[in-house]
Design a protein around this ligand. Structure first.
Ligand code: FES
Length: 121
């Protein structure tokens, strides 16, 4: 099975987020990880409202209360586990989930990063 090492799980706080770039070429896959306890999720770093990256500062994707994900462009708020927009200009739409697995303490992107980047270009 193909895969790309994204980071050691230990680089993610128990409730933490981390952006990543995977693949080669001028349009790599840009995503982010969010860990909530034992669960880790990965999403494309593209807001369903206007297509902007969600974060303005590196690795900052959570609301001030750290209960939800947030897009800094126009304030859309998303559920951590499902990526559903719960409030804001794209309510009811979803962040694009990316396939990952955690193996031996490492977060791995499942599949070919360049193919995923092309799929979501
Ligand atoms: S681009 Fe994310 S809320 Fe507008």
């Amino acid at each position: 099975m193909t895969g790309t090492l994204l980071c050691p799980l230990s680089e993610l706080a128990e409730l933490g987020t981390k952006s990543f770039t995977a693949g080669s070429g001028p349009w790599p896959l840009r995503g982010f990880l969010v860990r909530k306890g034992r669960d880790v999720f990965a999403y494309l770093n593209r807001c369903p409202h206007a297509g902007h990256p969600l974060n303005m500062r590196p690795d900052e994707f959570l609301t001030a209360e750290r209960t939800h994900l947030m897009c800094r462009s126009h304030g859309a708020v998303f559920d951590i586990a499902t990526g559903e927009c719960l409030a804001g200009p794209c309510a009811g739409r979803f962040l694009q989930r990316l396939p990952i697995r955690v193996v031996d303490g490492y977060v791995i992107l499942d599949g070919d990063a360049d193919e995923l980047a092309a799929q979501y270009a």
